[in-house]
Design a protein around this ligand. Sequence first.
Ligand SMILES: [Zn+2]
Length: 425
Amino acid sequence: MGENLTGRGSAAKKNRTLHNFAVESRYKNRSEISSGSRWARGRPSLIRKEQSYHKEAREDLKCNESTFVIKAEYTNYAGKHWISQANVQASVIESSQYEEQLKNDDKWTFDVIALERVTKKRPLLHAGLKILRRFNVMEFLDIDDIIMCSWLALIEDNYHSSNTYHNSSHATDVLQAAAYFLAKDKLRDSMEVIEQVSILVAAIVHDIDHPGRTNSFITNSNGYLAVLYNDISVLESHHASLAFRLTRKSDCVNIFQNVQRDQYRSIREKIIDAVLATDMTKHFDHVSKFVSSFNDSAKPCLESADSRKLVSRMLIKCADISNPLRSRNLCIEWAKRISEEYFEQTEDEKEKGLPVMMAIFDRNCCNLGKAQTGFIDFIIRDMFSAWDEVIPIPELITNLEDNYKFWKDEEERIEEERAQADETN
Ligand SMILES: [Zn+2]
């Protein structure tokens, strides 16, 4: 199916991206709304629909200065990957109801699980908007908040809320962690704005449409995506590709529409590079390159674009697997969620007669404490100590060691419990 990016022309009638779109915002003046927005201008039926949505929205919310709403309904394909008559209906109420959960968005203690609960599993839209504003991303991209909201809603809609781990709460968690690292003095002063914007966007989309199964499962089951991407970084390639295909579907979600061609190419290259860096099969390559460039070097080193690229990769990787460095309750919650997703994969593998790729994640015999200490011992500790050498994060390292002790105790407790149960049987 050919793509019509603007929704104009005869193809657009048949395959129209945008049916209704209404906005009310302090960021958009009322005369512009009443005369129809950019994409509806000159199309009377759309203007009528827009105005009726506008009226409905105002009635719904009894709008005031700090409130805005977006209601958008899309029915379209995203290339071959169906966003299945996706109804993107976002009501963003920037008001006191999420203030409490959003107030720590720049702190490591930020509780994304609480935000997930109050937003009814739409944390990405709300935290995303706030964090992107803080980094002036909309100004850099020369778009208004409405387009960013629509894009965030569309991206969030393409995460699977049925996944226990790889859902939009995880994306929000990674975005928040990435933003936290970017705000550290050393990075804030040395990373170019385009690099910061690219990292934040990459964090938002980095697991979009994740099926809740790993690359090895998809490859072993000869899945469509494995064939499409030749078994190489299958999911990461899909996340990056889908993000761009969705973004260019319509001007109302195209956050890059006002970016110059050269700059767009640069942003696109950086986003793809960062998303691909989250492939854990390349983990040790990325960490050792980072270590040899930074930790072994006597001179500080963020001056070259190449070294900042290594930092960007390491930054998104650290953000992606930072759960063991979060406060205890969050650390435990994420550990339970990832285990549940892996348990389901193991069951699926057994059912389908596929090789079991992560034997320790069998719900009948898994020792969660042992799984977590193993993860910290083999992956987390080395990576974060290398990161800490360049970007000091002492309080996070303290959390990590506290959590490690907790998991070690858990590991022993579970083993003892099982040994006692075996004796009684
Ligand atoms: Zn991830």
